[in-house]
Design a protein around this ligand. Structure first.
Ligand code: C2E
Ligand code: CA
Ligand code: CA
Ligand code: CA
Length: 379
């Protein structure tokens, strides 16, 4: 949780007191420590060099890494530390503090760590700060929309599920597609808010369809940051419970590159999710660099061939071969194979002939607002 969310509660105050104590243990006179407000602290180091400050930052990060015991919980903290020097970065207190803030946000973008101010990050961070605040605003103002795209059984033509795809309906810019904000959300950690929202909406959609007698498995995309979130399985279980769904109603899609970012942790999270009974899928297969040995050990049931190959396979014999061998590879590993990017009857026929199990694509339907899905099925 963001510490700000629990501020003002007894829990938040106790947590901050412990954080302050840890900071104080590392900061000796003439250095001074002050709380700036919220969960932010400032440390003034008279006479110190930037190297001294960086060294202290490393020690602070280390002491903050130790979980904090509160009541019956262990709390893990991350911290972003920004560093700026007088007189090299600014000559008055106000500018010095604003440069520290810029460096701190740059540090937080990396998740946790320390960053020394640099004029180059100033400009980039001005832009990303405003995008981040726009995303926060979007979440508060309900500007996200859930779209879904049907997933079809290629042999029978039966619709067997749907993939949840988020859209951002911006009051001025109109419809913003995920490629324009998901990578940024991923970098800043805001993706966790989006993932939570998408899981909630996807579950609401699936349970509404189930009420109408339509049992559809809904696929939700997870990102690297989600895989690093140790609470993800609990959060997911809570969503299922709220909507009275079984884990089998969900499939979670993880890109090959997200898995390869930190294969050990990814495997750990995937195993917890698998143990819950949720189906797992490897997305964008063929675009990353996963080793086949690794793939074999992951508890996944589905492999999705990236649309870049499917879109070109009718014209390019090389892409057709990649598609065919990916289908065979998936089947040999006991996985269901899904092709995305089916834009024509010819592509459908070709994939069906290759034995591909399921498909998605504009030929069947573009992603549509989730509330239109039942109507589309009945068309
Ligand atoms: P993805 O997971 O590979 O999703 C498939 C993308 O291919 C979707 O783009 C979909 O609209 C598009 N597509 C489907 N059929 C066709 C077709 O026949 N032709 C072509 N040219 N494209 C097709 P979209 O919705 O713009 O999403 C882009 C990416 O953004 C997704 O790729 C996914 O990586 C990410 N994304 C979308 N929603 C979420 C989300 O809720 N969470 C996370 N973490 N990522 C998301
Ligand atoms: Ca904060
Ligand atoms: Ca996907
Ligand atoms: Ca994909």
């Amino acid at each position: 949780k963001n510490v700000n969310d629990i501020m003002g509660h007894a829990f938040g105050d106790a947590l901050l007191r412990q954080v302050a104590q840890r900071l104080q243990q590392q900061v000796a006179a003439p250095a001074r420590i002050a709380r700036l407000g919220g969960d932010e602290f400032a440390i003034l180091l008279p006479g110190a060099t930037l190297e001294d400050a960086t060294g202290l930052a490393a020690r602070l990060l280390k002491t903050l890494e130790q979980p904090i015991a509160l009541e019956d919980q262990n709390v893990d903290l991350g911290a972003g530390i920004g560093i700026a020097g007088y007189p090299e970065h600014a000559r008055d207190v106000q500018s010095l503090l604003s440069r520290v803030e810029v460096a701190m946000y740059a540090a937080k973008n990396g998740g946790s760590g320390a960053v020394v101010y640099d004029p180059d990050i100033d400009k980039a961070s001005q832009q990303s700060l405003s995008l981040l605040s726009e995303l926060r605003h979007a979440a508060e103002q309900n500007e996200f929309r859930l779209f879904v795209q049907p997933k079809v059984d290629l042999a029978s033509g039966v619709v067997s599920g749907m993939e949840a795809l988020v859209r951002w309906v911006h009051p001025e810019r109109g419809m913003v597609f995920p490629d324009n904000f998901i990578p940024f959300a991923e970098k800043t950690g805001f993706i966790r808010v989006i993932t939570q929202w998408v899981m909630e909406k996807a579950a609401a959609t699936a349970s509404e369809l189930a009420r109408q007698g339509l049992r559809m498995r809904v696929s939700v995309n997870l990102s690297t940051r989600d895989l690093m979130d140790q609470e993800l399985p609990q959060k997911f279980a809570a969503v299922l419970a709220r909507h009275q769904l079984t884990p089998a109603a969900f499939c979670l899609e993880i890109t090959e590159s997200a898995i390869m970012d930190d294969p050990v942790r990814a495997q750990h999270t995937l195993e917890s999710l698998h143990a819950m009974g949720v189906a797992l899928s490897i997305d964008d297969f063929g675009t990353g660099y996963s080793s086949l040995a690794y793939l074999k050990r992951l508890p996944v049931q589905e492999l999705k061939i990236d649309k870049s190959f499917v879109l070109k396979m009718e014209r390019d014999a090389g892409d057709a071969k990649i598609v065919r061998s990916t289908i065979d590879l998936g089947h040999n590993l006991g996985l269901k194979v899904v092709a995305e990017g089916i834009e024509s009857q010819a592509a459908w026929d070709m994939l069906a002939a290759m034995g591909c199990d399921q498909g998605q694509g504009y030929f069947m339907s573009k992603p549509m607002p989730a509330e239109d899905f039942a109507g589309w099925l009945a068309r």
